[in-house]
Design a protein around this ligand. Structure first.
Ligand code: FAD
Length: 413
């Protein structure tokens, strides 16, 4: 018979769910993960940042991730018109891992989930959370199991790691519109046939490439190479701007690649699949990240924007912070979810917010594409691009808006 009560229920076995589960299990906390789908399943969000490697290591999953043979990543490259600039994560202000991977998420998320199971975590696949009742000192979840039968599960605490499923924000009416304007992404995986040595424009397979549309600076593309000769390719733009290009997503994506000469050159021999996917209006926020009943992890909380590949890193950081608070709480310590979880998490989210807003306002692009960057400033910005957005020793973290505005003004001179 199935266990009907546990200390912690985690909704979702994506990166935040699996990591949180492993960290809690390592502290002898009883945890059950409920995952709606079966793994592997597709997920968007394929370029990792080095800062998340520390969390993967703490969750004792680093060996499995390393052994999986994902594409090595050591930085980010940006192209706009004839300007091409790179950030090498080895040359960053904050100490910590400088390299990471670009991953097919179906496989990556399965590696993490399988590791959690190997460590002793119970993951119930094809179990979807349908309802929650938050009581004084416990919560009761209504779950539909793989046999389509409904059952209840009681927990002292619930972690919502349901990503874009946003289970608790929906069920508890916590949704709050994002202040960021809606954007749409069109994407697919291509067999890339890139030959970097023979290519007439700069290209480095060990870096994510972010290209800016030559005539619309708020439209940008990602090219995320994998280790198997394919790349994830996507374009992000305001929906109304894309509407002028028609309804055939794959045709729109190909047309937009052709409008960016650098990308068109790199992908000249690429083979496209028969269809491209789209995702729209993904920026989201909530009124409250945690109470004494639950905490929202990763994308179930606030999601900003994909431009700096920060999603999985924020998801893992939230898992680490929440597991830490829960460990203290189950040990009898008094915890304050606002001060101990929401505020520390938001420090990094707010740093990324400054950079996302600066990207679309043009300030950050001015800094990134400046021909003679100051080395120290570049190292500080590089640390944030590598995911070290919680490093309070970095003035570009603690005073992110002011610092970026000052540097952008200098770059405009
Ligand atoms: P997820 O990985 O989404 O996992 C949630 C899990 O919960 C899923 O497995 C789902 O099946 C399960 N679930 C949902 N509902 C229920 C339910 N009712 N019951 C049980 N289980 C449920 N991030 C990066 O780091 N790098 C990138 O390059 C990047 N690119 C992006 C590009 C775009 C266009 C977008 C929109 C996002 C991108 N992101 C990127 C963000 C990234 O996709 C997310 O931040 C990341 O996947 C969040 O992980 P998570 O653990 O919070 O949730």
């Amino acid at each position: 018979t199935q266990q009907q009560r546990t200390q912690v229920v985690i909704i979702g076995a994506g990166p935040s769910g699996s990591v949180a589960a492993a960290l809690l299990h390592q502290q002898q906390i009883d945890v059950i993960v409920l995952e709606k789908s079966t793994f592997p399943r597709f997920s968007i969000g394929e370029s990792l940042l080095p800062a998340c490697m520390e969390v993967i290591e703490q969750a004792k999953m680093l060996d499995a991730v390393t052994a999986a043979g994902f594409q090595f990543k050591d930085g980010a490259a940006f192209r706009y018109q004839d300007k091409y600039t790179t950030f090498d994560f080895n040359d960053k202000f904050t100490a910590g891992p400088a390299t990471t991977y670009q991953v097919q998420r179906g496989q990556f998320d399965k590696v993490l989930a399988d590791e959690a199971v190997t460590q002793g975590v119970e993951i119930r696949y094809e179990h979807a959370v349908e309802a929650i009742e938050c009581l004084e000192s416990k919560s009761v979840l209504t779950v539909t199991g793989a046999n389509k039968k409904s059952y209840t599960l009681e927990a002292d605490f619930v972690l919502d790691a349901s990503g874009f499923g946003r289970v608790l924000p929906r069920l508890l009416a916590l949704e709050k519109p994002s202040h960021l304007p809606p954007r749409k992404a069109i994407f697919c995986h291509v067999t890339d046939h890139i030959n970097a040595e023979k290519c007439s424009v700069d290209y480095d397979r060990n870096k994510i490439l972010i290209s800016v549309h030559p005539h619309s600076a708020d439209v940008w593309y990602w090219l995320i190479p994998f280790s198997n000769g394919t790349c994830s390719l996507g374009v992000v733009a305001p929906p109304q701007w894309l509407a002028d290009y028609g309804d055939d997503s794959l045709a729109v994506l190909k047309q937009l690649v052709n409008e960016e000469p650098g990308l068109a050159t790199i992908l000249a021999a690429a083979e496209y699949p028969i269809k491209a996917a789209t995702i729209e209006g993904y920026s989201a926020n909530v009124t409250q990240l945690a109470t004494s009943n639950y905490a929202l992890l990763g994308n179930a909380g606030e999601f900003l924007d994909p431009v700096f590949s920060s999603g999985v890193t924020i998801a893992m950081k939230s898992a680490q912070l929440a597991a830490n608070v829960l460990t203290r709480s189950f040990a009898g310590e008094k915890v304050d979810w606002q001060c101990d979880y929401a505020q520390p998490l938001m420090l990094g989210v707010d740093t990324f917010r400054t950079y996302v807003e600066g990207w679309y306002s043009g300030e950050l692009q001015r800094v990134i594409f400046h021909p003679n960057p100051d080395r120290k400033i570049k190292q500080m910005i590089c640390a944030i691009l590598a995911g070290y957005a919680w490093d309070t020793n970095n003035p570009f973290v603690t005073q992110s808006q002011r610092r970026l505005a000052v540097v952008a003004a200098l770059c405009a001179e």
